[in-house]
Ligand binder design. Structure first.
Ligand code: F0G
Length: 429
C-alpha cells in the first residue's frame, strides 16, 4: 500500500510528520500540514477503469463517491473499516437559463447539496471521522456555521463517538441546528461569530485531547478533493475552463486545488481549470487580499452576510487557498447579498435550488462575465455546496412582496372562492 504522511505546506520547509498528530501544525515552523503520499504507480487509464468498474459493485465503499477513489486516500490501514453514509455521486447538471442570466456562458452545476446531510461537508467528514476512528477518538468537536456541525454529528454518531459543536449564538439556520440535535450532538452556542466560537474551541482542543474536525484537519480536505474526480468523470475527463466555489473558511477551494494538482501529477488530466472563489461582500477577506495583492490575509472583524454559512471573517485555510488560486491562475470575486439572492432566483428557473452561500458562485460568474474577466461562452462548472432546504426561512423572507402576492394565496374554504382563484391563475398561465 502507498504510504501517507503529514507534510508542512510552507515553501522551504515541507517537513514530514506521522499521521497520528492532532494539532496539524508543523514542528519545525508552525506551518499548516497537508496529507502527502507517494503517488500510486498505476497508469491513468487503469485508474479510470478501476474507478468506473467499482460503480457496478454493491460494496458500500464502492458506492461512496469518496472511497471509490481510494487510491487517492491511502491513509486507511488495510483491514480498517471506513465510516461512510454513501456520500458523493452527486449530479452534474446543465443549467442553461442560469448560464444565460450569468451573461451567456456554458454553465453546469455540481450539486453537493445532494449528499446524506445536505452539504459538501459529507465528503470530508467520511474521511476525517474514519481517521478519528483509526486513532481511537471518542469525542469529536468542531466550530461551525451549521453544515459542518450537521455532517460531523451524523458521521460521529455512526462511528459511536460523541459529537460536540460550537456555533455562534442564534446565528445558524434552524434546519442545521435541528440536524445536529437529532444526531445527538451537544450544541454549545457561544460568541457572535463563527470566528469567536472557533478561536475559543481551538484554545482547548489540545488540553482536553479533543479530535477537531474543522477544515484545518487535513483529512477533511482529502475527502473533499475527490469531487474533482467525479466532475471529470462526468465530463468524460474533459477539463472545464473554470471551476467556481464559494469561499468561507476556504477549505473547499484548497481541497479542489489539491485534487486537481494530484490528478495532473498522476497523468489523469493534462491541464488545470482556473479556480474561482466567490465571497459575500460583508465577509470577503480573501477577496480583499487578492484584490490588494497583499501577502497576508487581514481578517474582517465583524463579518456580515445573510448567507450565514459563509459569515466568516478569519478563514483558517487562506494559505492553502492562495496556493490553489496561484497554481490555477484563478480569481476571487465578491458579491452583495442582493446579487446572491438574485442568482438564487435565477437558478430556480432551471429547477435547481441551493442555499444562499452556494448561489454566490452564479452571482460571481455574472459579475466576472460583465467585467470581461470571464469570456462569454466559457465552459464553467459551479459547485453548489448546500441544499435548498438548509435555510428555508431566509428564502421565504427574501422572496419579494410582488412574487408572494402572486404566488402565496390565502383562500377561504369555499369551492367557489377556490374556483375564482384558480381561474385567475389559469388566465395568467
Ligand atoms: N457553502 C456552504 C453551504 C458552507 O456551509 C460553507 C462552509 C461554505 C460554502 C464555505 O466552504 O469553508 O470550505 O470555504 N461552512 C462551514 C460550516 C464553515 O461550519 O459549515 P469553505
Amino acid at each position: 500500500m502507498t504510504k501517507a504522511f503529514l507534510q508542512c505546506i510552507e515553501d522551504g520547509c515541507h517537513r514530514k510528520h506521522t499521521l497520528d498528530r492532532k494539532d496539524y501544525r508543523c514542528d519545525a515552523c508552525g506551518g499548516m500540514l497537508e496529507i502527502g503520499y507517494d503517488a500510486p504507480r498505476v497508469a491513468p487509464q487503469a485508474l479510470r477503469q478501476t474507478w468506473q468498474s467499482r460503480k457496478s459493485t454493491s460494496a458500500i465503499e464502492d458506492q461512496s463517491g469518496v472511497w471509490r477513489f481510494r487510491e487517492l486516500l491511502p491513509f486507511v490501514p488495510e483491514g480498517s473499516n471506513v465510516v461512510t453514509l454513501g456520500e458523493g455521486h452527486t449530479p452534474l447538471l446543465d443549467v442553461d437559463r442560469a448560464g444565460q442570466w450569468a451573461g451567456g456562458v456554458r454553465l453546469a452545476i455540481k450539486h453537493q447539496g445532494n449528499n446524506p446531510t445536505g452539504s459538501f461537508k459529507d465528503l470530508g467528514m467520511t474521511a476525517c471521522i474514519t481517521e478519528a476512528a483509526i486513532l481511537g477518538s471518542r469525542v469529536t468537536v468542531c466550530a461551525s456555521t451549521g453544515n459542518t456541525s450537521a455532517s460531523m454529528s451524523a458521521y460521529a454518531v455512526r462511528a459511536g463517538m460523541k459529537a460536540v459543536v460550537t456555533v455562534p449564538a442564534g446565528k445558524i439556520s434552524a434546519a442545521k441546528l435541528a440536524q445536529a440535535l437529532e444526531f445527538g450532538a451537544v450544541v454549545i452556542e457561544i460568541g457572535e461569530t463563527f470566528d469567536d466560537s472557533f478561536r475559543l474551541l481551538r484554545a482547548l482542543t489540545a488540553e482536553l485531547n479533543l479530535y477537531l474536525v474543522n477544515s484545518l484537519n487535513p483529512f477533511r480536505l482529502e475527502g473533499q478533493k475527490t469531487i474533482v474526480c467525479e466532475i471529470l468523470e462526468q465530463r468524460d475527463w474533459r477539463v472545464p475552463e473554470y471551476i467556481v466555489v464559494p469561499g468561507g473558511n476556504l477549505g473547499n477551494v484548497s481541497a479542489i486545488g489539491k485534487g486537481l494538482r494530484e490528478l495532473k501529477e498522476l497523468g489523469l488530466i493534462e491541464k488545470l481549470p482556473r479556480l474561482v472563489v466567490t465571497q459575500a461582500e460583508g465577509a470577503n477577506p480573501f477577496y480583499r487580499m487578492v484584490a490588494n495583492n497583499s501577502a497576508e490575509l487581514i481578517p474582517v472583524a465583524e463579518p456580515r452576510t445573510e448567507a450565514s454559512a459563509i459569515r466568516i471573517g478569519n478563514p483558517v485555510n487562506w494559505k492553502k487557498a492562495i496556493r490553489a488560486i496561484r497554481a490555477t491562475e484563478g480569481m476571487v470575486e465578491s458579491v452583495s447579498d442582493d446579487e446572491i439572492f438574485a442568482a438564487k432566483a435565477a437558478l430556480a428557473h432551471d429547477g435547481v435550488g441551493c442555499e444562499p452561500a452556494s448561489a454566490t458562485t452564479i452571482a460571481g460568474i455574472r459579475k466576472l462575465v460583465a467585467s470581461g474577466k470571464i469570456p462569454r461562452g466559457a465552459d464553467i462548472v459551479a459547485v453548489l455546496t448546500g441544499h435548498q432546504l438548509k435555510d428555508p426561512e431566509i428564502s421565504l423572507r427574501r422572496r419579494g412582496e410582488a412574487d408572494l402576492a402572486r404566488q402565496r394565496l390565502r383562500v377561504e374554504p369555499d369551492v367557489n372562492k377556490l374556483r375564482a382563484a384558480l381561474e385567475r391563475v389559469l388566465a395568467s398561465a
